[in-house]
Design a protein. Structure first.
Length: 402
């Protein structure tokens, strides 16, 4: 969990005043790779993410992960004294990540222009539903809306069924990863290329719009509106989920032509490989009914373990469809430490995802799990800002901090 090696973002301080998921996940990633992240919450209205997801013994598990490696401080930024504290922290920080509606920070006197006047090197990442400008900029924005407007929901689900939304924070997560990338680019611009700080305008819609793919280009150039095809792909076949004889499910992908040939040979239908339409993924997709029938008939006669073993021997691409129990018990996931049990003061140990990528010279690490609101308020105000205990007590009495 810990490391003595230098992390890529050692010495970088990030103020996280974002909420729910996209901004906090961005800051989690930055913290995983060495940044000193200070999570700032309203004393009377904490980040709603604390109440999302399942809890163990009353302890929110999602919060423990997304807020790991973050010191926490409770400041009411609406107040003049709270805004003053924030300005002081921002003056000695490298990055601010916020997710308020456009204009909110400006009304409080802590917008990017005010902050960068104090600290020209400051990078401000602004995460919103639809961006800082445009006709939708003032709308409340959540991942669900982006999943709908990006084309993801329209293209997901069974052909005869309704558009389907994910049951998890897909758009927010993609946005959070994009945000971490944007911040590191801005840091490189500042540190290596001799630039200054800057403002990054990131919305939740655009990253998932990119991830969904070239449907807009397809429509623009061909007039074709791509629709739902269940678990099939319009780009290749066989590609679907198939049920085994013991009631399990497996997913098969034959994006590469040679993999498609191996799959059809394995299931006993080499004859289709010689068909002219089999030569391209698009041609195979147009014959998905036939290919799916052959693959499903073969898989339905065998148990999951038998199917997986046969596909592995044939060097064909397949994976079991996992639930959470399967994930935690998978030997590859456990051996490669994709999941870790992290020391936690509330739960003893808490399982969470590891850092997203392994770096041989400057690895990330999970130094501690998510903390209670305001757990580090006194330490930060005294250590970073030099406030005396009497001044901190007065701020707490005035409900500026907690």
């Amino acid at each position: 969990m810990g490391t003595n090696q230098l992390s890529p973002l050692d010495g970088i301080r990030v103020l996280d005043i974002s909420t729910i998921l996209a901004g906090p996940l961005c800051c989690q990633i930055l913290g995983d790779y060495g940044a000193d992240v200070i999570k700032i919450e309203n004393p009377r209205s904490a980040d709603s993410l604390r109440g999302h997801g399942q809890a163990a013994n009353g302890v929110p598990l999602w919060w423990k992960e997304v807020s790991r490696n973050k010191r926490t401080i409770a400041i009411d930024l609406h107040t003049a004294a709270g805004a003053d504290l924030f300005r002081e922290l921002a003056s000695q920080s490298d990055v601010v990540v916020e997710s308020f509606r456009p204009g909110t920070l400006e009304r409080w006197g802590i917008g990017p222009e005010e902050l960068r006047a104090l600290n020209p090197g400051l990078i401000v990442l602004r995460v919103t539903g639809f961006g800082q400008s445009g006709p939708y900029s003032s709308r409340p924005g959540f991942g669900t809306l982006a999943e709908a407007m990006s084309g993801f929901a329209f293209m997901t689900g069974s052909e005869q069924g309704p558009p389907t939304l994910p049951s998890f924070g897909l758009a927010d997560s993609i946005c959070g990863i994009a945000g971490a990338t944007a911040v590191t680019m801005a840091l490189r611009y500042r540190e290596v290329l001799g630039g200054t700080g800057q403002v990054i305008d990131l919305n939740i819609l655009e990253p998932i719009l990119t991830a969904v793919g070239p449907a807009p280009a397809t429509y623009h150039h061909t007039g074709v509106v791509e629709t739902r095809h269940g678990n099939r792909s319009t780009n290749n076949a066989p590609r679907n989920t198939y049920q085994t004889s013991d009631g399990s499910w497996v997913a098969v992908s034959a994006s590469a032509d040679k993999i498609a040939r191996r799959v059809m040979a394995l299931v006993g239908h080499r004859e289709v490989v010689d068909e002219p339409w089999f030569l391209t993924g698009r041609g195979r997709a147009e014959h998905a009914d036939l290919l799916d029938t052959y693959v499903q008939e073969w898989i339905a006669k065998r148990t999951r373990s038998e199917v997986l073993e046969a596909f592995e021997l044939a060097e064909a691409a397949i994976a079991p469809v996992y639930d959470a129990r399967d994930i935690t018990e998978d030997p590859h996931i456990r051996e490669t430490e994709m999941l870790l049990e992290v020391d936690d003061p509330d739960l003893g140990k808490v399982m969470m995802h590891n850092v997203m990528w392994r770096m041989s010279k400057s690895p990330g690490s999970i130094r501690f799990s998510g903390k209670a609101i305001g757990a580090d308020t006194d330490d930060i105000l005294s250590g970073e800002l030099g406030l005396a205990p009497e001044a901190i007590a007065k701020l707490r009495q005035e409900n500026v901090i907690a």
